[in-house]
Ligand binder design. Structure first.
Ligand SMILES: [Zn+2]
Length: 295
């Protein structure tokens, strides 16, 4: 009987931070003022965990140390839900804005904090705003030295805030013992188009996003890596005043429709944790084939 090769499982990831920590807001909201702002992250992560449980999907949560320290119950709920706990660094500075020593301090502090609170090893890291670029490739050495096994910090596109358009589109060993797992692009007319979440997912029609992930699965034969933020499903978040038009558009476009779109996405594809899909845990965890099946 002819069999069709099943599409690869895709990786679902959430960057756990609050709306006021977004890099594009940095010129408008002072870091020293974070403590006094209304926090929405606990409630929003709760909604995401409920949605994932409803769709029976396990995901990877790249969690900010700043959030973990203030909301340890969020870390525990992520682990209790069977999800992968991973690191988004401690303070959400762009890696490209830090010295090697300050970067090492940030990623080590976050890793230890998350491991202590979650009681599980933390081996994955995503840089704030995909901020590993041509000018700071030393960050990969630092990540390996700090004990991380994979990074998902490169967006192989051209963008005004980040990106390395000519770097590999799919997971590759970037250092001995460290895998880089870029977020997903679709290759059209010798350009890489962003197709893995964030503002683009909110801006583009759902059917186009679905087409792009399907194309990566069927044409490239690769797993896609999708990401979103807890604040992207929160139309009730406080509006940040006085921001420029481009930042306002990028942050708020279609924010009321995102939760419904993500629910659809969870149904339209097969999803899993980054570590299971890319570090080979999936293969070792798979039960042996039944010995009595007909030939
Ligand atoms: Zn972030």
């Amino acid at each position: 009987m002819p069999t069709r090769t099943p599409s690869p499982r895709n990786a679902m990831s959430i960057d756990v931070e609050d709306y006021f920590q977004v890099s594009a807001f940095a010129p408008y909201i002072r870091r020293e003022d974070w403590n006094g702002l209304e926090c929405r992250v606990e409630r929003n992560v709760g909604r995401i965990l409920a949605l994932l449980a409803d769709k029976d999907v396990k995901a990877t949560f790249f969690t900010l140390g700043w959030v973990a320290e203030r909301y340890p119950q969020v870390v525990k709920a992520i682990v209790a839900g069977g999800h992968e706990l991973a690191s988004h660094g401690y303070g959400h500075q762009r890696a490209s804005d830090l010295s090697p020593a300050a970067f090492l301090d940030d990623i080590s502090r976050a890793k230890k904090l998350l491991e202590d609170l979650g009681g599980v090893p933390v081996v994955g890291y995503r840089a704030p705003s995909f901020s590993i670029c041509k000018g700071n490739l030393w960050a990969f050495d630092t990540l390996r030295d700090a004990g991380y096994r994979y990074s998902s910090s490169v967006y192989p596109i051209a963008h005004d805030h980040y990106g390395m358009p000519d770097s590999p589109r799919f997971a590759y060993p970037v250092r001995d013992g460290l895998l880089e797992i870029p977020v997903t692009t679709v290759r059209v007319a010798s350009r890489n188009l962003p197709s893995s979440g964030g503002g683009y997912f909110r801006l583009l029609p759902y059917m186009l996003s679905r087409w792009m992930i399907r194309r990566v699965n069927e044409v490239d034969g690769e797993s896609a890596v999708f990401y979103f933020h807890p604040w992207e499903i929160d139309p009730g978040q406080p509006r940040v005043a006085g921001i420029d038009a481009k930042t306002r558009f990028r942050h708020y476009v279609n924010i009321a429709r995102t939760e419904g779109r993500i629910a659809r996405l969870l149904e339209d594809f097969r999803w899993g944790r980054m570590d299971e899909i890319f570090l080979g845990r999936e293969a070792s965890a798979r039960p042996a084939a039944p010995s009595l099946s007909p030939a």
